[in-house]
Design a protein around this ligand. Sequence first.
Ligand code: PLP
Length: 364
Amino acid sequence: MSKIYNFSAGPAVLPKEVLIQAKEEFLDWHGSGMSVMEMSHRGKEFMSIADKTESDLRELIGIPENFKVLFLHGGASSQFAMVPMNLLRGKQDADYINTGQWSQKAIKEAKKYCTVNIAASSEDADFTYAPNQHEWKLNPGAAYVHYTPNETIGGVEFNWIPDLTHSNHNIPLVADMSSTILSRPLDVTRFGLIYAGAQKNIGPAGLTVVIIREDLMGVTLPGSPTMYDYKFHADNRSMYNTPPTYALYITGLVLAWLKNLGGLTVIERHNATKAKLLYDLLDNSDFYHCPVARTDRSRMNVPFTLKDPALDDEFLKLAESHGLIQLKGHRSVGGMRASIYNAMPVEGIKTLVSFMQEFANKHA
Ligand SMILES: *Cc1c(COP(=O)(O)O)cnc(C)c1O
């Protein structure tokens, strides 16, 4: 097999070392005579996997003790409902920052449960920037403020954390970190709740990670399903029903891989280097174009267009023949998108960059 570099936005590339280890342990995990897929989630073998996964996540990010870590089903999309169901706590209003398609989905769902105030939006510039906090119009009566630190489709990333302390209302900050979690160090204390679907930067699809400040749990909207109650999952250590066991196991391997690499400050350096290689090429070319404001460019998802969209198909076909796959942009925006999560090696970026240079030269 020739070398393939997978730029999919999600489910996305996993570290090769992790896949090799999973393969080796597939039939018989640590001499247990079972595949992890066959284990009872309440057995000592799987409990040890789940415990280690949680403690490695806590250690890597530095999650304080007053935050619970939950391993849930339903994807980030379920969180769009679960957040208002649990965090409204008697209030009627929530603030949302609208920076693209994922914020819009969160907003649409939240509107079923509360009055949504769009405190800031980048719609005026086609979602190509992150609105500065000076421009946010926060509602002092809001139950929480929700934003999307990395818009996976638009390629817009906040490289700062909103500061709500000055607002004096102790309003919790909620973040959909699906496509940026674990890509850089993270100060969890600045947040009330963080959630992420695993299939971008954490592990396989099927697992959703929630990090929530303890005091925010315990009051849900009347009629909320048990499965949508954070407190219930926390009290049951995410084992009320069967968790996505195999996805959790692979996640554990990814976290061990990250720890072994040196943790989040090291991976951040790698990610910054990788992103720079690609953005430098885009900025020094009049063949390619990246629409996102320079200060707000994502280190994880890099959207770009070719000067002539008629060349898109040829670009994609030729890229594929060079082992560079899944570069087609989201169906809603067109063009290209290279997702370069933690597990994408720098060699993958270098191969992409030289392919793109060649392609541009050929069509200049
Ligand atoms: C992929 C993604 C989602 C959707 O995740 P699912 O797990 O498929 O529900 C939500 N938000 C962001 C930012 C994403 O990147």
